[in-house]
Design a protein around this ligand. Structure first.
Ligand SMILES: Cc1cc2nc3c(=O)[nH]c(=O)nc-3n(C[C@H](O)[C@H](O)[C@H](O)COP(=O)(O)OP(=O)(O)OC[C@H]3O[C@@H](n4cnc5c(N)ncnc54)[C@H](O)[C@@H]3O)c2cc1C
Length: 440
């Protein structure tokens, strides 16, 4: 499957004009003004991929990637860490490949953007001028969306929903330390949020650990929504593998299970109906918004950033692109696969503008796999193309209930292969990282 996935990446890149690119004709813009400058904020699924493809597309361009962390700790596959199928280290990636390619990787936090002067400022006191700016800062947690929740409260009731490694570690250590017979609460957010199937895969992974090590325990899901991604197949998995452990409470016409208040001291949560639940481990996943820098740059309308679906150029600020979770990508889910796919379109648009590369029609793709049990993976996928200002889905597929074990095993194998492929693609690794280290 590794080859199939790499071919898919190749096809995608080829479709937007990258196949075989190494050096290129240097565009008139860059010749006139010295090396044109591309500044990218955020070295994750979107930003790192843009840096890779812009630099590879035209090595003469001056490409700067601003990212505060020396290593990227992926949110994707972090549920598998909770389930004991991955180490935390296997989620961690450095920027050596991008540096080797010639990208200037700056370890700093972008604190502001002067879009009139076309300058990015950093907490470290530096300034970076740009011809094109790319913002892929991911999400910020809206701590104030739940009364009593805060950065401090998250050190007791972790969200574990960002690239913050400490949050993942904290949730895992709380689960490991919990007594048999304990209660875990998982509180997913309302739409829209990062990785729609993420909380429900997490339920499976935590439940798997409980089943193996603490079978008298319970996992309660308190959800403000009436429905969720891949619901029939997740519900089938809860029934098949985790019966008696997992209890899913979805909001109905009668009850609203959205968590509105938490008390970190007692580890109690209150739902909209006023009912209280007490957990030994409480995983609160609050509402989210585009990373702060996109909002400061003036790219947001409300919590998220509207973009032109042909290019992911900001609809609000000239010469700025917003992609990944921070963007409003209409029907395209907020996923690493989506961000990586969008990044190639952004890179192509920049290369057209700054290096006279031919422009190809934008095409996007997303696939989200979720692991529900050992060797059992489910998936949802679709292609997207710009149409009437939206991203129009086609060729959709979603896993069904009652599928053969072989199909599910194959899905899981695909997902492992995809993880290696996408991280190699994001960070310009010459060879993919070793395959997933499955524990035990
Ligand atoms: C539990 C979970 C499971 C998931 N599973 C999957 C999956 O199976 N498949 C999938 O495709 N997706 C999955 N996702 C979603 C995926 O992780 C995100 O959609 C993806 O990472 C978004 O890419 P991004 O570039 O927008 O943000 P990120 O990848 O989060 O990158 C943002 C980067 O920007 C940096 N940054 C932020 N602000 C600044 C600033 N001001 N200055 C400099 N740098 C800054 C951050 O440090 C970070 O490195 C999952 C997410 C979670 C939480």
């Amino acid at each position: 499957m590794a080859n199939i996935n790499r071919r898919e990446f190749g096809k995608l890149a080829g479709a937007i004009g990258f196949a075989g690119t190494g050096t290129s004709v240097f565009g008139s813009f860059a010749i006139a003004q010295g090396a044109a400058k591309v500044v990218i904020v955020g070295g994750g699924a979107g930003g790192a991929t843009v840096a890779h493809y812009v630099k590879k597309g035209d090595p003469k361009l001056d490409v700067t990637l601003i990212e505060p962390n020396p290593r990227y700790s992926s949110s994707f596959f972090s549920n598998l860490y909770l389930g004991g199928f991955r180490t935390l280290q296997s989620l961690s990636h450095d920027y050596a490949g991008l540096t080797k390619l010639g990208v200037k990787v700056v370890r700093d936090y972008a604190s502001d953007v002067d879009t009139a002067a076309k300058v990015v400022k950093t907490r470290g006191g530096r300034s970076f001028s740009y011809d094109r700016l790319v913002l892929s800062p991911g999400i910020d947690i809206k701590y104030d969306s739940i009364a009593g929740y805060s950065r401090d409260a998250a050190t007791v009731m972790p969200h574990a929903y960002t690239t913050d490694e400490a949050q993942k570690k904290l949730l895992k250590s709380q689960l490991d330390a919990m007594k048999d017979g304990g209660t875990v609460i998982v509180a997913p957010p309302g739409n829209p949020f990062r990785c729609p199937p993420g909380p429900y895969e997490r339920v499976c992974m935590i439940a798997h650990q409980l089943k193996m090590k603490k079978p008298k325990s319970k996992l309660i899901v308190l959800d403000p929504k009436k429905a969720f991604s891949k619901q029939p197949v997740f519900m089938e998995a809860y029934e098949r593998y985790y019966k008696g452990i997992v209890e899913v409470n979805l909001t109905t016409e009668i009850d609203n299970f959205g968590v509105v208040r938490v008390d970190p001291k007692t580890r109690e949560v209150e739902i909209k109906d006023g009912k209280k639940f007490k957990g030994d481990v409480v995983n609160i996943i609050p509402q989210q918004r585009a990373g702060e820098i996109a909002i400061k740059a003036g790219c947001a309308e409300g919590d998220w950033c509207p973009v032109n679906p042909e290019s992911f150029a900001s609809k609000k600020v000239d010469n700025v692109y917003v992609l990944g979770d921070a963007a409003i990508a209409t029907d395209m889910p907020k996923s690493a696969f989506s961000a990586n796919s969008q990044a190639k379109v952004v890179a192509a648009d920049i290369l057209t503008a700054l290096a006279s590369k031919e422009k190809f029609p934008a095409r996007f793709r997303n696939t989200c796999w979720s692991m529900v049990a050992p060797d059992d993976g489910i998936k949802v996928l679709a292609n997207y193309a710009p149409k009437d200002g939206m991203l129009d889905p086609s060729g959709s597929f979603v896993s069904k209930r009652g599928e053969d074990a072989d199909v599910r095993k194959q899905n899981y194998a695909e997902s492992v292969s995809w993880y290696d492929s996408i991280t190699a693609d994001m960070f310009a690794k010459t060879a993919a990282a070793p395959a997933a280290k499955k524990k035990g």
